[in-house]
Design a protein around this ligand. Structure first.
Ligand code: FES
Length: 163
């Protein structure tokens, strides 16, 4: 949950009349809160006195911006050259089928989100993905089923413990 006070103080670091700060401000919001919520876009729109539709246009043009909160398990799938050559596209396709979401989306239950990234610096492990920063190497499609199942079970178990 984004705190209005924190958001206001972040926005106030940027001069209202300088719209060229729009991208840095969006980056700042995303770095601070993890994504661009509707309320943060509305607040940015009021701050610069520009339509929210324009901000959505900018945010969707640059695919670095996330408009949904990341899942409990955030998956970064590498689509850099080494991973591409080793079949990362089929891994991504398998992920989207398994989770029924595309890149930059979050599952309805809030458990998983997918982000496509360029090289994550582990080319020797290609094709590779990371879940909350934990790397999974030399992936094949069956690995995806196993890994997703493991995280689903972990979430269910955790839920059980919290009851
Ligand atoms: S290309 Fe995937 S880790 Fe480098």
């Amino acid at each position: 949950m984004i705190m209005t006070k924190d958001l206001d103080s972040l926005l106030n670091n940027y001069p209202k009349e300088k719209q060229e700060y729009l991208i840095p401000i969006l980056q700042d919001i995303q770095n601070t809160f993890g994504y661009l919520s509707k309320e943060s876009i509305a607040a940015t729109s009021r701050h610069f006195n520009i339509p929210a539709s324009k901000i959505y246009g900018v945010a969707t043009f640059y695919n670095q911006f996330k408009l949904h909160p990341p899942g409990k398990y955030h998956i970064q799938i590498c689509r850099g050259t080494a991973c591409h050559v080793k079949g990362s596209l089929t891994i991504l396709e398998k992920l989207t089928r398994e989770l029924k979401i595309g890149p930059n989306e979050t599952t309805k239950d809030g458990l998983f989100s997918i982000e496509v990234v360029a090289c994550i610096g582990a080319c020797g492990l290609a094709p590779v993905m990371a879940v909350n920063g934990k790397y999974y190497a030399h992936l094949n499609q069956n690995d995806i089923t196993t890994i997703i199942k493991k995280y689903r079970e972990a979430a269910t178990e955790q839920e059980g413990n919290e009851k």
